[in-house]
Design a protein around this ligand. Structure first.
Ligand SMILES: [Zn+2]
Length: 408
């Protein structure tokens, strides 16, 4: 079965050009196809609308269906899975055809999507994120002295505890064995966890180096949860490639990250969502107190990263009920960054970060047919992607039309 998009304005980071795009067997075959042709071909006339690559969100947690991550980790698996499927469908509806899950989702869930058993974005998983005792994946209340590992096999758990070089190595090997595509470590204090102030270092240099070595031995890299310059510098020196959040980064540390070729993944919308909606959706009081520390410096961090020349991918990190706000990240970044750079973050840069450069994030022969039909020109004004219900008129994933509203 072929699908031919006619009268499209093909748009990706290489620019805009008119064309007819032919899709066959889930792959883009031609971007200058003739309008006539085979009888078993479905023709979708775009009437001059933009045809662009599907979006890539490089920082999500599809298992995080509740804001209270301790409670989320204790959900029965059957309920946790079904809640995640609803979140995943929402992501695809908004045009995110691929997401990098940075803690929680098992690679088996990615397999379920690939087999067509679940409707959702292509998932690039790391399995459970690694955290020290008392770190960003230790969800026990302060007075809880019982086994810290007791929830970590649950579907709803975002992370697992691993202390010391040997445990870190073993945990990396276990996640990689199960199909993790990269390794995630919690290398700084976090907002959503109860006993780790933001400024705490999450892992020693030796532990980080061990994780980097294990990832490299398996042909991949480490992503680290980070806020402060001290923690970011330690992680970069240890060889960590993907720097999540980075809200409190200063200029010298950004220069260090740029020189190392690291990629930053800011996630600004989640701090807005936590500040506005956290209390009513049950975000714990200990965590509410920590939001402002990182939220206030979020916008400035974009300018620091850009000035230093750090490559930035698009991420959101939304929890629970606020996941519906995913697309707002486009509008928040657009207050500081040029539209074309934000567009690249959510397409080509995201594709490179998951090792799919040339296969995702562009409209070209040989690329996977993850495509959006969009109103307007997102290279000139990326904020139109912040309103997908209005502006994203068609979502195709792997050559299949998932959602379509081209009339009117
Ligand atoms: Zn996260």
């Amino acid at each position: 079965m072929q699908v031919l998009f006619t009268d499209a304005v093909i748009t990706d980071t290489s620019g805009r050009r008119e064309g007819n795009v032919l899709v066959e067997d889930g792959v883009i075959r031609d971007v200058a196809a003739r309008a006539a042709g085979a009888a078993d071909r479905r023709v979708i006339a775009l009437g001059g609308r933009t045809l662009m690559p599907g979006l890539i969100d490089s920082h999500v947690h599809v298992v995080a269906s509740m804001m209270n991550l301790g409670a989320n980790a204790q959900l029965p698996d059957a309920i946790a899975v079904l809640r995640s499927l609803k979140l995943m469908r929402g992501m695809l509806d908004r045009g995110f055809t691929t997401v990098r899950d940075v803690g929680g989702a098992p690679p088996a869930l990615a397999e379920a999507v690939a087999q067509g058993l679940a409707v959702g974005p292509r998932l690039i998983c790391c399995g459970k994120a690694l955290s020290r005792t008392g770190g960003h994946s230790d969800m026990r209340p302060r007075q809880d002295i019982h086994d810290p590992h007791r929830w970590e096999r649950n579907f709803g758990a975002m992370g697992r505890i691993a202390d010391g070089v040997d445990e870190v190595r073993r945990a990396c090997r276990q996640e990689l064995r199960q199909g993790a595509r990269f390794i995630k470590v919690m290398a700084n204090g976090g907002v959503a966890s109860p006993t780790d102030p933001i400024a705490w270092q999450g892992y020693s240099a030796a532990e980080l180096q061990a994780a980097v070595e294990e990832a490299a031995d398996a042909g991949t890299y480490v992503a680290a949860h980070l806020y402060t310059s001290e923690a970011i510098a330690r992680a970069v020196r240890a060889g960590v490639h993907s720097l999540e959040h980075c809200n409190l980064i200063d200029a010298p540390t950004a220069a260090l990250a740029a020189a190392a070729g690291a990629v930053a993944v800011p996630t600004l919308v989640t701090y807005e969502a936590l500040a506005q909606d956290g209390p009513r959706f049950g975000f714990p009081p200990d965590s509410i107190d920590k939001i402002e520390t990182v939220r206030a410096r979020g916008m400035a961090s974009l300018e620091v990263l850009r000035s230093a020349g750090v490559t930035m991918a698009f991420g959101t990190d939304l929890l629970g009920e606020t996941q519906v706000r995913e697309s707002e990240e486009f509008a928040i970044r657009a207050r500081v960054l040029p539209s074309a750079e934000i567009f690249a973050a959510a397409t080509t840069i995201g594709a490179r970060l998951i090792g799919m450069e040339g296969r995702l994030g562009l409209v070209a022969p040989g690329a996977l047919a993850d495509l959006l039909a969009v109103e307007g020109d997102p290279l000139a004004d990326v904020t139109l992607l912040a309103d997908p219900a209005r502006n994203v008129r068609l979502v195709m994933q792997g050559g299949r039309v998932h959602r379509e509203a081209l009339e009117g």
